[in-house]
Design a protein around this ligand. Structure first.
Ligand SMILES: Nc1ncnc2c1ncn2[C@@H]1O[C@H](COP(=O)(O)OP(=O)(O)O)[C@@H](O)[C@H]1O
Ligand SMILES: [Mg+2]
Length: 372
Protein backbone atom coordinates (compact mmCIF):
# COMPACT_ATOMS: atom_id res chain seq x y z
CA UNK A 1 0.00 0.00 0.00
CA UNK A 2 1.47 3.30 -0.94
CA UNK A 3 1.07 6.22 1.40
CA UNK A 4 0.23 9.65 0.18
CA UNK A 5 2.29 12.58 1.30
CA UNK A 6 2.46 16.24 0.46
CA UNK A 7 5.38 15.70 -1.88
CA UNK A 8 3.48 13.15 -3.96
CA UNK A 9 0.59 15.57 -4.26
CA UNK A 10 2.75 18.47 -5.31
CA UNK A 11 4.48 16.31 -7.89
CA UNK A 12 1.13 15.22 -9.27
CA UNK A 13 0.04 18.82 -9.66
CA UNK A 14 3.14 20.10 -11.34
CA UNK A 15 2.61 21.09 -14.93
CA UNK A 16 -0.84 22.55 -14.29
CA UNK A 17 -0.64 26.15 -15.37
CA UNK A 18 -2.31 29.34 -14.25
CA UNK A 19 -4.75 30.06 -17.09
CA UNK A 20 -3.65 33.68 -17.39
CA UNK A 21 -0.02 33.93 -16.38
CA UNK A 22 0.97 30.49 -17.62
CA UNK A 23 2.89 30.01 -14.39
CA UNK A 24 2.97 26.57 -12.82
CA UNK A 25 0.37 26.58 -10.03
CA UNK A 26 2.83 24.95 -7.69
CA UNK A 27 5.41 27.68 -7.98
CA UNK A 28 2.80 30.41 -7.73
CA UNK A 29 1.82 29.86 -4.10
CA UNK A 30 -1.69 29.02 -5.24
CA UNK A 31 -1.94 25.59 -3.66
CA UNK A 32 -2.43 25.99 0.07
CA UNK A 33 -3.33 23.99 3.11
CA UNK A 34 -2.83 20.46 1.87
CA UNK A 35 -4.62 18.09 4.23
CA UNK A 36 -4.33 14.33 4.08
CA UNK A 37 -6.24 11.78 6.09
CA UNK A 38 -6.46 8.07 5.37
CA UNK A 39 -6.33 8.57 1.65
CA UNK A 40 -8.66 11.59 1.68
CA UNK A 41 -6.92 14.63 0.33
CA UNK A 42 -7.99 18.27 0.38
CA UNK A 43 -6.45 21.65 -0.33
CA UNK A 44 -7.26 25.21 -1.32
CA UNK A 45 -6.50 27.07 -4.50
CA UNK A 46 -6.14 30.69 -3.49
CA UNK A 47 -6.96 32.79 -6.51
CA UNK A 48 -8.34 36.23 -7.12
CA UNK A 49 -12.12 36.19 -7.65
CA UNK A 50 -11.77 37.81 -11.07
CA UNK A 51 -10.13 34.70 -12.42
CA UNK A 52 -12.04 32.17 -10.36
CA UNK A 53 -14.14 31.07 -13.29
CA UNK A 54 -11.12 30.49 -15.47
CA UNK A 55 -9.73 28.39 -12.66
CA UNK A 56 -12.59 25.94 -12.49
CA UNK A 57 -10.97 23.69 -15.10
CA UNK A 58 -7.74 23.71 -13.14
CA UNK A 59 -9.63 22.85 -9.98
CA UNK A 60 -11.23 19.85 -11.67
CA UNK A 61 -7.91 18.82 -13.18
CA UNK A 62 -6.33 18.95 -9.72
CA UNK A 63 -9.01 16.69 -8.31
CA UNK A 64 -8.67 14.30 -11.20
CA UNK A 65 -4.90 14.07 -10.88
CA UNK A 66 -5.03 13.52 -7.14
CA UNK A 67 -7.75 10.91 -7.42
CA UNK A 68 -5.64 9.02 -9.90
CA UNK A 69 -2.83 8.60 -7.39
CA UNK A 70 -2.56 5.17 -5.86
CA UNK A 71 -3.96 5.11 -2.33
CA UNK A 72 -6.19 8.17 -2.75
CA UNK A 73 -9.84 7.65 -1.83
CA UNK A 74 -11.13 11.14 -2.38
CA UNK A 75 -9.87 14.54 -3.43
CA UNK A 76 -11.48 17.86 -2.55
CA UNK A 77 -10.06 20.99 -4.06
CA UNK A 78 -11.66 24.27 -3.11
CA UNK A 79 -11.23 27.67 -4.73
CA UNK A 80 -11.11 30.30 -2.03
CA UNK A 81 -12.90 32.61 -4.42
CA UNK A 82 -15.39 29.86 -5.12
CA UNK A 83 -18.40 31.66 -3.73
CA UNK A 84 -19.18 34.92 -5.40
CA UNK A 85 -19.76 37.88 -3.16
CA UNK A 86 -23.33 37.66 -1.98
CA UNK A 87 -25.78 40.23 -3.16
CA UNK A 88 -26.29 42.66 -0.35
CA UNK A 89 -29.87 43.39 -1.27
CA UNK A 90 -31.22 39.88 -1.66
CA UNK A 91 -31.92 39.07 1.94
CA UNK A 92 -33.34 42.26 3.27
CA UNK A 93 -36.82 40.98 4.02
CA UNK A 94 -37.65 40.84 7.67
CA UNK A 95 -38.20 37.43 9.09
CA UNK A 96 -40.06 38.21 12.26
CA UNK A 97 -42.00 34.98 12.57
CA UNK A 98 -39.43 32.32 11.76
CA UNK A 99 -39.52 29.31 14.03
CA UNK A 100 -36.72 28.70 16.49
CA UNK A 101 -33.77 26.87 15.01
CA UNK A 102 -35.04 27.34 11.51
CA UNK A 103 -33.54 30.09 9.43
CA UNK A 104 -35.89 32.11 7.25
CA UNK A 105 -36.45 30.64 3.79
CA UNK A 106 -33.43 32.37 2.37
CA UNK A 107 -30.98 30.16 0.56
CA UNK A 108 -28.18 32.62 1.23
CA UNK A 109 -28.09 31.58 4.89
CA UNK A 110 -25.78 28.58 5.20
CA UNK A 111 -27.56 25.33 6.03
CA UNK A 112 -25.22 24.76 8.99
CA UNK A 113 -27.32 27.13 11.07
CA UNK A 114 -30.06 24.54 11.37
CA UNK A 115 -27.65 22.79 13.77
CA UNK A 116 -26.49 25.86 15.64
CA UNK A 117 -28.95 27.27 18.13
CA UNK A 118 -27.39 30.67 18.60
CA UNK A 119 -24.48 32.74 17.38
CA UNK A 120 -22.57 35.35 19.36
CA UNK A 121 -20.39 37.70 17.33
CA UNK A 122 -17.47 39.38 19.08
CA UNK A 123 -16.70 42.57 17.20
CA UNK A 124 -14.58 45.67 17.51
CA UNK A 125 -14.08 48.82 15.54
CA UNK A 126 -10.38 48.16 15.15
CA UNK A 127 -7.75 45.53 15.80
CA UNK A 128 -5.63 45.12 18.87
CA UNK A 129 -8.35 45.89 21.40
CA UNK A 130 -8.61 42.32 22.66
CA UNK A 131 -11.37 40.93 20.46
CA UNK A 132 -9.77 37.53 20.05
CA UNK A 133 -8.86 37.40 23.72
CA UNK A 134 -12.50 38.00 24.58
CA UNK A 135 -13.84 35.55 21.98
CA UNK A 136 -11.60 32.67 23.06
CA UNK A 137 -12.03 33.18 26.77
CA UNK A 138 -15.75 33.80 26.58
CA UNK A 139 -16.18 30.61 24.55
CA UNK A 140 -14.06 28.64 27.02
CA UNK A 141 -16.09 29.97 29.96
CA UNK A 142 -19.33 29.10 28.15
CA UNK A 143 -18.04 25.57 27.54
CA UNK A 144 -17.73 25.12 31.31
CA UNK A 145 -21.34 26.10 31.92
CA UNK A 146 -24.38 23.87 31.98
CA UNK A 147 -27.77 24.45 30.47
CA UNK A 148 -31.07 24.02 32.28
CA UNK A 149 -31.03 20.31 31.44
CA UNK A 150 -27.78 19.88 33.41
CA UNK A 151 -25.82 19.16 30.24
CA UNK A 152 -22.68 21.12 29.40
CA UNK A 153 -23.21 23.72 26.74
CA UNK A 154 -21.97 22.64 23.35
CA UNK A 155 -19.79 25.48 22.20
CA UNK A 156 -18.17 26.25 18.88
CA UNK A 157 -15.57 28.90 18.20
CA UNK A 158 -15.01 30.20 14.69
CA UNK A 159 -12.12 32.51 13.97
CA UNK A 160 -13.74 34.66 11.30
CA UNK A 161 -10.79 37.03 11.38
CA UNK A 162 -9.48 35.71 8.10
CA UNK A 163 -6.77 38.38 7.80
CA UNK A 164 -5.38 37.87 11.25
CA UNK A 165 -6.34 34.44 12.55
CA UNK A 166 -5.56 34.03 16.23
CA UNK A 167 -6.77 30.58 17.21
CA UNK A 168 -3.67 28.60 16.18
CA UNK A 169 -1.65 30.59 18.68
CA UNK A 170 -4.25 31.18 21.38
CA UNK A 171 -5.17 27.49 21.52
CA UNK A 172 -1.79 26.11 20.48
CA UNK A 173 -3.14 24.28 17.45
CA UNK A 174 -0.39 23.06 15.18
CA UNK A 175 -2.09 20.09 13.55
CA UNK A 176 -4.24 20.41 10.46
CA UNK A 177 -7.94 19.60 10.57
CA UNK A 178 -8.98 16.17 9.43
CA UNK A 179 -11.17 15.47 6.44
CA UNK A 180 -13.76 12.73 6.30
CA UNK A 181 -14.85 10.69 3.31
CA UNK A 182 -17.75 13.05 2.63
CA UNK A 183 -15.14 15.78 2.17
CA UNK A 184 -16.13 17.66 5.29
CA UNK A 185 -13.44 19.26 7.41
CA UNK A 186 -13.58 18.39 11.10
CA UNK A 187 -13.35 21.17 13.65
CA UNK A 188 -10.51 20.79 16.14
CA UNK A 189 -11.57 20.28 19.74
CA UNK A 190 -9.85 22.26 22.47
CA UNK A 191 -10.94 22.82 26.07
CA UNK A 192 -14.38 21.45 25.33
CA UNK A 193 -14.91 23.72 22.33
CA UNK A 194 -15.21 22.83 18.66
CA UNK A 195 -12.91 25.28 16.91
CA UNK A 196 -12.04 26.29 13.37
CA UNK A 197 -9.73 28.90 11.93
CA UNK A 198 -8.39 29.61 8.48
CA UNK A 199 -5.07 29.68 10.30
CA UNK A 200 -5.37 25.90 10.74
CA UNK A 201 -5.13 25.57 6.98
CA UNK A 202 -2.99 28.42 5.70
CA UNK A 203 -0.23 30.40 7.26
CA UNK A 204 -1.09 33.76 8.70
CA UNK A 205 1.13 35.59 6.26
CA UNK A 206 -0.79 34.03 3.38
CA UNK A 207 -4.13 34.86 4.93
CA UNK A 208 -3.25 38.53 5.29
CA UNK A 209 -2.97 39.22 1.58
CA UNK A 210 -6.40 37.93 0.70
CA UNK A 211 -8.89 40.34 -0.76
CA UNK A 212 -12.50 40.89 0.19
CA UNK A 213 -14.46 38.40 -1.92
CA UNK A 214 -11.88 35.68 -1.32
CA UNK A 215 -12.24 36.28 2.35
CA UNK A 216 -15.98 35.95 2.12
CA UNK A 217 -15.58 32.69 0.24
CA UNK A 218 -13.17 31.34 2.83
CA UNK A 219 -15.49 32.35 5.62
CA UNK A 220 -18.52 30.70 4.08
CA UNK A 221 -16.50 27.56 3.53
CA UNK A 222 -15.62 27.47 7.19
CA UNK A 223 -19.35 27.33 7.80
CA UNK A 224 -20.51 25.12 4.93
CA UNK A 225 -17.60 22.73 4.49
CA UNK A 226 -16.89 22.15 8.16
CA UNK A 227 -18.64 19.28 9.91
CA UNK A 228 -19.97 21.45 12.72
CA UNK A 229 -21.82 19.30 15.21
CA UNK A 230 -24.99 20.46 16.98
CA UNK A 231 -24.05 23.52 18.99
CA UNK A 232 -25.79 25.57 21.61
CA UNK A 233 -23.66 28.62 20.90
CA UNK A 234 -21.18 29.44 18.17
CA UNK A 235 -18.84 32.26 19.13
CA UNK A 236 -17.50 34.22 16.17
CA UNK A 237 -14.29 36.21 16.38
CA UNK A 238 -15.11 38.79 13.69
CA UNK A 239 -12.51 40.64 11.67
CA UNK A 240 -12.01 44.18 13.00
CA UNK A 241 -13.75 47.07 11.35
CA UNK A 242 -16.96 47.57 9.45
CA UNK A 243 -16.19 46.79 5.82
CA UNK A 244 -17.97 44.57 3.34
CA UNK A 245 -16.90 41.41 5.10
CA UNK A 246 -18.46 42.40 8.37
CA UNK A 247 -21.59 43.48 6.57
CA UNK A 248 -21.76 40.18 4.74
CA UNK A 249 -21.36 38.30 7.97
CA UNK A 250 -24.04 40.36 9.60
CA UNK A 251 -26.37 39.56 6.70
CA UNK A 252 -25.46 35.96 5.95
CA UNK A 253 -25.13 34.69 9.45
CA UNK A 254 -28.08 34.69 11.79
CA UNK A 255 -26.24 36.39 14.64
CA UNK A 256 -28.24 36.17 17.85
CA UNK A 257 -26.35 38.99 19.46
CA UNK A 258 -23.14 40.95 19.15
CA UNK A 259 -20.62 41.83 21.80
CA UNK A 260 -18.65 44.94 21.01
CA UNK A 261 -15.19 45.24 22.51
CA UNK A 262 -13.61 48.63 23.03
CA UNK A 263 -10.90 50.25 25.12
CA UNK A 264 -11.21 53.12 27.61
CA UNK A 265 -9.61 55.74 25.35
CA UNK A 266 -11.89 58.16 23.60
CA UNK A 267 -9.98 57.75 20.36
CA UNK A 268 -11.58 54.38 19.79
CA UNK A 269 -15.10 55.71 20.15
CA UNK A 270 -15.68 56.64 16.50
CA UNK A 271 -14.76 53.11 15.40
CA UNK A 272 -17.05 51.58 17.97
CA UNK A 273 -19.90 53.81 16.89
CA UNK A 274 -19.46 52.60 13.29
CA UNK A 275 -19.46 49.03 14.49
CA UNK A 276 -22.70 49.51 16.39
CA UNK A 277 -24.30 51.34 13.45
CA UNK A 278 -23.54 48.35 11.28
CA UNK A 279 -25.32 46.01 13.65
CA UNK A 280 -28.25 48.41 13.83
CA UNK A 281 -28.43 48.48 10.05
CA UNK A 282 -28.61 44.71 9.87
CA UNK A 283 -30.98 44.49 12.85
CA UNK A 284 -28.49 42.50 14.88
CA UNK A 285 -29.09 42.96 18.60
CA UNK A 286 -26.10 44.29 20.51
CA UNK A 287 -25.80 42.37 23.78
CA UNK A 288 -23.53 45.03 25.12
CA UNK A 289 -20.27 46.93 25.13
CA UNK A 290 -17.31 45.45 26.93
CA UNK A 291 -14.46 47.77 27.86
CA UNK A 292 -11.17 45.92 27.70
CA UNK A 293 -8.06 46.94 29.64
CA UNK A 294 -10.41 49.00 31.77
CA UNK A 295 -8.46 48.73 34.97
CA UNK A 296 -5.60 46.99 36.70
CA UNK A 297 -5.12 45.89 40.23
CA UNK A 298 -2.96 48.26 42.33
CA UNK A 299 -0.51 47.23 45.07
CA UNK A 300 -3.24 47.43 47.72
CA UNK A 301 -5.93 45.81 45.65
CA UNK A 302 -7.29 49.16 44.47
CA UNK A 303 -8.33 49.67 40.85
CA UNK A 304 -5.99 51.76 38.71
CA UNK A 305 -7.02 53.12 35.33
CA UNK A 306 -3.87 53.48 33.24
CA UNK A 307 -5.80 54.08 30.01
CA UNK A 308 -8.40 56.46 31.42
CA UNK A 309 -12.02 55.72 32.10
CA UNK A 310 -15.44 56.08 30.64
CA UNK A 311 -14.94 55.22 26.93
CA UNK A 312 -17.10 52.13 26.98
CA UNK A 313 -19.67 53.52 29.34
CA UNK A 314 -20.20 56.70 27.36
CA UNK A 315 -20.59 54.94 24.03
CA UNK A 316 -23.02 52.51 25.64
CA UNK A 317 -25.08 55.39 27.00
CA UNK A 318 -24.95 57.24 23.70
CA UNK A 319 -26.08 54.27 21.63
CA UNK A 320 -28.58 53.00 24.21
CA UNK A 321 -26.83 49.66 24.58
CA UNK A 322 -25.99 47.86 27.81
CA UNK A 323 -22.56 48.46 29.30
CA UNK A 324 -21.14 45.11 30.33
CA UNK A 325 -18.38 46.50 32.49
CA UNK A 326 -14.66 46.30 32.17
CA UNK A 327 -12.20 43.53 31.57
CA UNK A 328 -9.19 43.82 33.80
CA UNK A 329 -5.73 44.33 32.35
CA UNK A 330 -4.27 41.11 33.66
CA UNK A 331 -0.85 39.62 32.92
CA UNK A 332 -2.47 36.20 33.37
CA UNK A 333 -4.27 36.78 30.05
CA UNK A 334 -1.02 37.30 28.24
CA UNK A 335 0.61 34.32 29.94
CA UNK A 336 -2.36 32.11 29.15
CA UNK A 337 -2.21 33.24 25.52
CA UNK A 338 1.49 32.43 25.37
CA UNK A 339 0.74 29.01 26.84
CA UNK A 340 -1.98 28.45 24.24
CA UNK A 341 -4.74 28.14 26.84
CA UNK A 342 -7.85 30.02 27.92
CA UNK A 343 -7.28 31.92 31.14
CA UNK A 344 -9.98 30.02 33.02
CA UNK A 345 -8.00 26.81 32.73
CA UNK A 346 -4.53 28.36 32.85
CA UNK A 347 -5.19 30.59 35.86
CA UNK A 348 -8.69 29.88 37.17
CA UNK A 349 -8.18 32.13 40.21
CA UNK A 350 -7.02 35.14 38.22
CA UNK A 351 -9.06 38.34 38.06
CA UNK A 352 -9.55 37.87 34.34
CA UNK A 353 -10.91 34.35 34.76
CA UNK A 354 -13.52 35.73 37.17
CA UNK A 355 -14.57 38.36 34.64
CA UNK A 356 -15.07 35.75 31.92
CA UNK A 357 -17.15 33.50 34.14
CA UNK A 358 -19.44 36.46 34.82
CA UNK A 359 -19.46 37.50 31.18
CA UNK A 360 -20.47 33.99 30.14
CA UNK A 361 -23.42 34.19 32.53
CA UNK A 362 -24.45 37.57 31.13
CA UNK A 363 -24.21 36.24 27.60
CA UNK A 364 -26.26 33.09 28.25
CA UNK A 365 -28.95 35.17 29.92
CA UNK A 366 -29.01 37.51 26.92
CA UNK A 367 -29.11 34.60 24.49
CA UNK A 368 -32.08 33.18 26.35
CA UNK A 369 -33.91 36.48 26.07
CA UNK A 370 -33.06 36.87 22.40
CA UNK A 371 -34.02 33.35 21.31
CA UNK A 372 -37.71 32.96 20.60
N1 LIG B 1 -7.24 42.52 29.37
C1 LIG B 1 -6.03 42.23 28.91
N2 LIG B 1 -4.98 42.09 29.74
C2 LIG B 1 -3.75 41.82 29.27
N3 LIG B 1 -3.45 41.63 27.97
C3 LIG B 1 -4.47 41.74 27.09
C4 LIG B 1 -5.80 42.02 27.49
N4 LIG B 1 -6.58 42.05 26.40
C5 LIG B 1 -5.78 41.79 25.36
N5 LIG B 1 -4.51 41.61 25.75
C6 LIG B 1 -3.37 41.36 24.88
O1 LIG B 1 -3.39 42.34 23.86
C7 LIG B 1 -3.00 41.80 22.61
C8 LIG B 1 -4.09 42.03 21.57
O2 LIG B 1 -5.23 41.28 21.92
P1 LIG B 1 -6.08 40.48 20.82
O3 LIG B 1 -7.13 39.75 21.57
O4 LIG B 1 -5.21 39.68 19.94
O5 LIG B 1 -6.71 41.70 20.03
P2 LIG B 1 -7.57 41.74 18.67
O6 LIG B 1 -8.14 40.38 18.43
O7 LIG B 1 -8.62 42.78 18.93
O8 LIG B 1 -6.62 42.18 17.62
C9 LIG B 1 -2.70 40.33 22.88
O9 LIG B 1 -1.34 40.17 23.07
C10 LIG B 1 -3.46 40.04 24.17
O10 LIG B 1 -2.87 39.00 24.91
MG1 LIG C 1 -7.74 39.09 16.79
Amino acid sequence: MSTIDEKTIIEALSGLKHPQTGQDIISGDIVQGITIRDGNVGFLLAVHPDIAEAFEDIRLACEERIRALPGVLSATVVLTAHQSAPSLSSSGTSSGGSAKGKPPPDETIPEVFTRIKSVIAVASGKGGVGKSTVAVNLAAALAQMQGEDGQSFKIGLLDADIYGPSLPKLLNVTEKPELDETKKIYPIERFGMQTMSIGYMVQEAQAMVWRGPMVQGALLQMLNDVAWPELDILVLDLPPGTGDIQLTIAQKIPVTGALVVTTPQNLAVADVRRSINMFDKTKTPVIGILENMAWMSGPNGERLHPFGTGGGESIAAETLNPFLGGLVLDPALQEAADAGQPVITYAPDSLAAGVFVELAQTVTAAVKDLTP
